[in-house]
Design a protein around this ligand. Structure first.
Ligand code: SIN
Length: 306
């Protein structure tokens, strides 16, 4: 058998393979390019960008947990202007697809940020609308738990940009399908799920929370079964847009599981903290899985759960 075809198409874009890096785990691309060959990836998703720079939450804002980690970064980033001036030039010629994650504290912030990220040509292939960060007072989850609110924001942002618009969903809701449907009705080109699960960690010896802000978002292999279930629920609803599966992917087989559950693409996040080249290794392992399973085209896996 010839080598499996790994290329996939989604949101009007061609991806060399289905494996992307997740926002907040791979900087703006340039920081990890020396450790992870970007051309081996299907794409990368940048750190979340806001109109103004943000310092994020007080430290400690990361801690390790059983089979995962908690973060309460608070969406620290360089802001739109510095992103365009200092980070975008590298991304223009980085050899892989780039989705820019972005967010706002108000609806108007989201709109202005989407507008500001549009019309720059190569370097920004699509946007990932973040309505699922559990670590900020304004914005984030405020827009991501009530379907009507999320749908209205998507509709307004859709009108502000011609770029593919993927909406990143939270698992911290009772009905993820209602939320997903509202986003698609609002014009989302795709859905990425899941963002982190709200959690906390305590140091029993000091009797103090391990994170300065007490609560954070749980990621890593500990959340993979939850993520698979939510991806599968949304896929079964057949909303007509591609899904990007995220949640504890450490290996090619993990990635295959998300594809079987209904995802077209996947993102690797926490694994990049263990090994900066984790996403490239996942892509290579997924190719090996396809060859071993006699899958001639990786797209065949999407939704192929028996
Ligand atoms: C953070 O910056 O606090 C995490 C980002 C996110 O959960 O979207």
């Amino acid at each position: 058998m010839s080598a499996p075809r790994m290329e996939v198409h989604a949101f009007g874009l061609r991806f060399a393979n289905p494996v992307l890096t997740a926002s907040g785990t791979f900087g703006y691309g340039s920081e990890l390019a020396g450790s992870c060959p970007l051309t081996a990836l299907g794409g990368l998703v940048t750190k979340g960008i806001s109109l103004a720079p943000r310092a994020g939450n007080p430290e400690p804002r990361i801690c390790e947990t059983a089979a995962g980690m908690l973060n309460s970064i608070g969406l620290a980033n360089v802001g739109l202007r510095a992103f365009l001036e200092e980070k975008l030039p590298f991304l223009r010629d980085c050899g892989t697809r780039v989705l820019v994650n972005f967010f706002g504290e108000t609806e108007d912030d989201y709109l202005r940020c989407a507008e500001g990220l549009s019309g720059h040509g190569p370097g920004i292939d699509g946007l990932e609308l973040n309505i699922s960060c559990p670590n900020v007072k304004a914005g984030g989850l405020e827009f991501g738990v009530v379907p009507e609110v999320a749908g209205r924001l998507c509709e307004r942002v859709r009108g502000a940009t011609d770029l593919p618009l993927v909406v990143k969903l939270t698992p911290n809701v009772t009905d993820v399908v209602a939320l997903a449907r509202a986003c698609v009705q609002g014009g989302a080109s795709g859905l990425s799920l899941i963002n982190t699960l709200r959690g906390m960690a305590i140091d029993a010896r000091t009797r103090r929370p391990r994170l300065a802000r007490v609560f954070g978002g749980l990621s890593g292999p500990a959340i993979k079964p939850v993520a698979l279930r939510l991806v599968h629920e949304v896929a079964r609803a057949r909303l007509g847009v591609p899904i990007i599966g995220i949640g504890g992917i450490m290996s090619g087989e993990d990635a295959a599981e998300f594809l079987l559950a209904g995802a077209t693409l996947v993102q690797v996040g926490t694994a990049s903290f263990v090994r900066p080249d984790a996403a490239a290794r996942v892509a290579e392992e997924l190719l090996g899985y396809c060859a071993a399973q006699q899958v001639s085209d990786v797209s065949e896996l999407t939704g192929a759960l028996a």
